[in-house]
Write a protein that binds this ligand. Structure first.
Ligand code: DX5
Ligand code: ZN
Length: 218
């Protein structure tokens, strides 16, 4: 069963609580939280305070995507705030193994993210002990960008590697996922689809998610 993780980046922040309740009722599997620092990516979004504020209003796992430099400095705070999964960018972590251990030491699931231009080889050494690989299908920083199709072979490559070695990680994709692109990802082996604008820019979020699920099975 494919999971859908609506990204609250495209939600209405003036009524964030209602927005989260609506996607939870509509069948979302995770809440995807995009954290940006204005350094690793050219945008600034939200921090641990918001994670803490939304933790009590939903039963869904909070999937916290850190697009920040020096994430080790903030991982403990995001864990305390209630993150269920924390993903860090390979490009921001010179000591990736240490960062993964730090996430796990807080009892949080650990994921590694690769940008569109980063090959799978860069995270190969971590694949046996992480919970999730997030493949960016846009350059991170903003919602509503176009899907980069050249990333699809990386999803397939990860899927092949985990089958071959019996690795337990899930594969998540993020960026430009909609009714046109979702199937490309799941056919290649993706388990979790992040969708921001494809869900929150639609008036009926439940129907938006159902449309994505239907598109996968066509
Ligand atoms: C991009 C973020 C994504 C983004 C996805 O930097 O990591 O999670 O919100 O938005 P859409 O689905 O609109 O591309
Ligand atoms: Zn994201």
């Amino acid at each position: 069963m494919i999971k859908i993780a609506p990204s609250i980046l495209s939600a209405d922040f003036a009524k964030l609580g209602e927005e989260i309740t609506e996607v939870e009722k509509g069948g979302a599997d995770y809440i995807h939280v995009d954290v940006m620092d204005g350094r690793f990516v050219p945008n600034i979004t939200i921090g641990p305070l918001i994670v803490e504020a939304i933790r009590p209003i939903t039963n869904l796992p909070l999937d916290v995507h850190l697009m920040i430099e020096q994430p080790d400095n903030y991982i403990p705070e995001f864990a305390r705030a209630g993150a269920s999964i924390i993903t860090v960018h390979q490009e921001a972590c010179p000591h990736l193994h240490r960062t993964i251990q730090l996430i796990k030491s807080h009892g949080v699931k650990a994921g590694v993210v690769i940008n569109p231009a980063t090959p799978v080889e860069m995270i190969k050494e971590t694949l046996s002990y992480i919970d999730l690989v997030l493949v960016m299908t846009v350059n991170p920083g903003f919602g509503g960008q176009s899907f980069i199709k050249e990333t699809i072979p990386k999803i397939a490559q990860l899927h092949e590697l985990r089958q071959k070695h019996h690795y337990p990680f899930e594969i998540e994709v993020d960026g430009g996922v909609n009714v046109e692109t979702a199937k490309l990802c799941t056919d290649a082996g993706a388990d979790i689809l992040v969708a921001g604008s494809a869900v929150f820019n639609q008036e009926n979020r439940q129907m938006a998610m159902e449309a994505i699920r239907r598109a996968i099975h066509n």
